[in-house]
Unconditional design. Structure first.
Ligand SMILES: Nc1ncnc2c1ncn2[C@@H]1O[C@H](COP(=O)(O)OP(=O)(O)O)[C@@H](O)[C@H]1O
Ligand SMILES: O=P(O)(O)OC[C@H]1O[C@](O)(COP(=O)(O)O)[C@@H](O)[C@@H]1O
Ligand SMILES: [Mg+2]
Length: 476
């Protein structure tokens, strides 16, 4: 609302500039089939939802090209915290009045790639049920075993009956894999099998692959819509609020932390050490720490730590053991990788997708803690109980919140594809589902910002040292 001087006689604060103004909004343009295919190849149809007895579509039911979601909703009107200008906006997700596919001509393909994440099966289920029930699509195929499955495995025909209980199971019923990305073989297979809608569920690597598939399809002028559905237990994909399955994983991590706490409390000078997933981001460790409150120290990849000397981990734990008799340390798998001695070949080792293979920071830390205690307090009892729940936090079915999230994601993706959009990703931005260009998502990282309130909150809860501030020359 613009301020006026009013009756107070104060000069009017000029807020006109900061008012919502369409001219200052930059709508991120989504690729559309019509941008590279002629109208003759793209007849439009009325959305079948219009005649669906379960819906009573009113005018506001449909998304119009002016329905947007703003990327940044926190603003400082004084201008000291300006949002990036102009304000970024994305098309709101939802059904469109006109669609670019006749349900009877749709051949949809669904693929899952990369590591597991709670909720993958729910997304598959809801894509199948949504395509079938909302739009009357009958030809839906599951591509097995990740990207390589396009060109090397017979697809699986899917229908609602077959996927009915998928959401109750962890993992992916379509199977997944790393590596095997052969662009030309994949696009040839999409073309030859006659798929015209491709739903790609995967993490950051998958999204980068999906961009290449979309670009190749566009350059071959194929009438195929491609959409990405971001999946990452690490929550490392940017722009979207959070990835599906992440909350479930954090919830599962609580069990490991609780067990570590019980073990530590029940020993003399007991340390409970928990390693949690998080290749390059510490979101799981951070959120599990904040929700558990049993954690004394949380170590994440975004900030270095060191063991010895003033302000180091050993000094801190020594103090905690003296004060409380026990301590719990949570470490994200990607933390401290530079501290662990490794051979030249270990330095180069990568998985099939090209991701660096990490050494076990938990095992290394456990050994270092034992050496330290023997050195400093040789005659005192000491125990480190190391818990590595690894796959237990991601190989579970999604919780209720994540299941609902997966359903909305799947429906958003279907509506966008039916409306002819391609090369896009669906996801929540500030709680509203939006369509984001695929290439933007593929590049955007979501790392823990250690200058942010959330990390300060972790430090205030744990009271752990600020390693970043005291780190100069202390490693060893
Ligand atoms: N830059 C890339 N270009 C093309 N394909 C990629 C790229 N990075 C990863 N991929 C492929 O995406 C799939 C999943 O990648 P991966 O990194 O294992 O998991 P995630 O997608 O969960 O991050 C693999 O099949 C991999 O070959
Ligand atoms: O043993 P795998 O299957 O390679 O998975 C381990 C990795 O998977 C992750 O969950 C991340 O997987 P994505 O890259 O597929 O999201 C990491 O936390 C972990 O390093
Ligand atoms: Mg990844």
């Amino acid at each position: 609302m613009a301020a006026s001087g009013g009756s107070t006689g104060e000069p009017a604060t000029d807020l006109q500039d900061t008012e919502f103004s369409i001219s200052r909004v930059q709508l991120q343009v989504l690729p559309h089939l019509s941008s590279y295919l002629p109208d003759t190849l793209l007849p439009v149809h009325i959305n079948p939802l219009h005649h669906n007895p379960f819906f009573h579509p009113s005018h506001s039911f449909y998304i119009s090209p002016t329905d947007i979601v703003l990327r940044h909703i926190a603003h400082d009107l004084s201008g000291t915290f300006p949002p990036p200008s102009p304000r970024l906006a994305y098309l709101r997700a939802g059904p469109h009045h006109q669609v670019y596919f006749k349900p009877s001509e749709v051949r949809a393909a669904i693929v899952t790639c990369g590591g597991l994440c709670p909720g993958m099966n729910t997304v598959i289920r809801e894509l199948v049920v949504g395509l079938w029930e909302l739009y009357g699509v009958r030809e839906i195929y599951g591509v097995k075993a990740g990207f390589r499955g396009f060109y090397s495995v017979e697809p699986l025909r899917l229908d609602p009956k077959m996927v009915d209980s998928f959401h109750k199971r962890g993992g992916t019923m379509l199977e997944t894999s790393r590596g095997g990305f052969d662009l030309h073989k994949i696009v040839n297979a999409i073309h030859h099998r006659g798929y015209n809608q491709v739903y790609i569920i995967g993490g950051d690597g998958t999204m980068r692959g999906a961009v290449k598939i979309f670009e190749e399809i566009r350059s071959r002028k194929l009438r195929v819509a491609v959409t990405g559905i971001p999946k990452t237990v690490d929550n490392d994909v940017g722009i979207i609020d959070k990835s599906f399955g992440f909350q479930t994983a954090v919830e599962m991590a609580q069990q490991a932390i609780s067990a570590a706490h019980v073990e530590a409390e029940s020993a003399v000078n007991g340390i409970g050490l928990v390693k949690l997933m998080g290749r390059s981001t510490g979101h799981i460790a951070l959120n599990a720490t904040l929700s558990s409150r049993d954690v004394d120290c949380c170590l994440i990849p975004e900030t270095e730590f060191y063991l010895k000397g003033k302000g180091g981990l050993f000094e801190f734990l020594d103090q905690r053991l003296r004060e409380n008799g026990h301590a719990v340390v949570v470490v994200a798998e990607g933390a401290g990788q530079d501290l662990i001695p490794r051979t030249e070949s270990q330095r180069e080792e990568r998985d099939e997708s090209g991701n660096l293979v990490f050494l076990d920071v938990g095992g290394w830390l456990k050994a270092e803690l034992k050496k330290w205690w023997e050195r400093e307090h040789p005659n005192e009892l000491f125990t480190v109980k190391y818990i590595d729940p690894t796959y237990m936090i991601r190989a579970v079915p999604a919780n209720a919140t994540d299941n609902l999230y997966c359903t909305l994601l799947a429906h958003s993706a279907i509506h966008g594809v039916m409306a002819g959009y391609t090369g896009f990703v669906s996801g929540p931005i500030n709680g509203n589902y939006a369509y984001i260009p695929l290439d933007e998502v593929a590049e955007a990282r979501n790392e823990v910002d250690i200058r942010d309130h959330k990390w300060a909150w972790v430090r205030s809860v744990t009271n752990q040292p600020d390693f970043a501030r005291t780190s100069s020359g202390m490693n060893g």
